[in-house]
Write a protein that binds this ligand. Structure first.
Ligand SMILES: NC(=O)c1ccc[n+]([C@@H]2O[C@H](COP(=O)([O-])OP(=O)(O)OC[C@H]3O[C@@H](n4cnc5c(N)ncnc54)[C@H](OP(=O)(O)O)[C@@H]3O)[C@@H](O)[C@H]2O)c1
Length: 309
């Protein structure tokens, strides 16, 4: 089977599409024939070695966390899936390797794909959706009627955050690039603001939750925007931001969790038409390396790159 992999940390020039021997699942694993995978910024952060404390030194490594596909074999201890099930999910950061024909992953990293959404749509949901869920629901404990700022509301995490916040009855203010205001409103944002003109100082005590998906707000800029019990959520973490977060209890660092329980929540929303992410392009696995290289250099407007074997 084919898999995109690399043999040392570095840039996209390290990527190769190789033929590798498929393995049988261990006791708690399922083998999945991948129908679609999607890219996340973390794919290249991992490949660049910025997460090597977690990803280690074993090479070659695969690329990609998000997947959707069909179960083709199950380990002896697997209870939730059978051969032929359509599933979606996210491999762990350490094992990530979804840009491939097949994957082996623990059963807790997957959930049943809703019949009403395509494999391509399902593959866009796991990391972006679970990050928004971990932040807004698990960390901020978002309540109906609360006011949320989603900074970067048309990115993949931002789109998921807007939709999850609206389902939970929140009022959403979202920042986006100037051309995106109408699209943000169509997504459900109550007040869409061009981020070039966004000044945190004009939003004193305005939000119960500030969710900085873009990673451009400092903990110090967030605090004045919060109501007395409000929290600011940071997902784009660097050492300086981590220090800022450690010193202020109401700024919180969020690391996405993708257990099957959260995937099932995302599946329920997607099945009801309440959660849908934008797809910027669908490309075959054979053409994925040049497409990833271009994406890293230029970025892609409006959505995710989906890779199909
Ligand atoms: N901690 C975690 O577990 C975790 C999980 C998932 C993602 N992340 C990180 O979170 C970040 C977002 O991920 P993503 O998948 O949503 O990326 P994405 O799809 O590229 O979205 C980023 C968004 O930020 C917007 N943006 C850029 N500059 C901005 C500014 N100055 N103000 C407001 N918005 C701005 C972009 O808008 P334009 O394109 O229109 O400029 C874009 O919509 C990435 O850095 C990713 O690595 C962390």
């Amino acid at each position: 089977m084919r898999r995109i992999e690399y043999s040392r940390y570095g840039g996209p020039e390290e990527l190769r599409l190789n033929n590798v021997e498929p393995k049988a699942p261990c006791d708690d694993q399922i083998s999945i024939r991948v129908k679609a995978a999607s890219t996340n910024p973390m794919d290249w952060k991992i490949r660049a070695g910025t997460m090597k404390m977690m990803t280690g030194k074993n090479f070659p490594r695969g690329v990609g966390t998000d997947f959707a596909g069909v179960v083709e074999a199950v380990g002896r201890a697997v209870t939730r899936f059978k051969v032929g099930d359509a599933v979606f999910g996210a491999m762990t950061v350490k094992e990530s390797a979804t840009f491939a024909d097949t994957i082996l992953t623990a059963e807790d990293t997957a959930a049943i794909k809703p019949e009403s959404i395509s494999f391509e749509e399902a593959a866009t949901l796991p990391i972006a959706g679970a990050t928004a869920w971990t932040a807004l629901i698990d960390t901020a404990k978002l309540q109906s009627g609360q006011r949320v700022l989603v900074n970067g509301c048309l990115g993949s995490v931002g789109r998921a955050a807007v939709q999850i916040a609206k389902v939970h009855g929140a009022k959403v203010v979202g920042t986006c690039s100037p051309g995106g205001v109408a699209e943000a409103q169509a997504l459900g944002v109550d007040e869409a603001i061009d981020y070039r003109g966004f000044d945190p100082k004009t939003y004193r005590k305005s939000f119960d939750v500030v969710f900085d998906t873009a990673g451009v707000l400092s903990p110090g800029q967030c605090l004045p925007m919060l109501t007395s019990k409000g929290v600011a959520l940071h997902i784009n973490l660097n050492p300086k931001k981590m220090i800022g977060v450690l010193f202020t209890r109401r700024n919180k660092a969020v690391i996405a969790k993708t257990p099957s329980t959260i995937l099932e929540e995302l599946a329920r929303l997607a099945a009801n038409g309440k959660l849908k992410l934008s797809i910027a392009g669908v490309i075959p696995l054979a053409d994925a390396i040049p497409a990833i290289t271009k994406l890293e250099a230029n970025g892609l407007p409006k959505g995710k790159l989906v890779i199909v074997p």
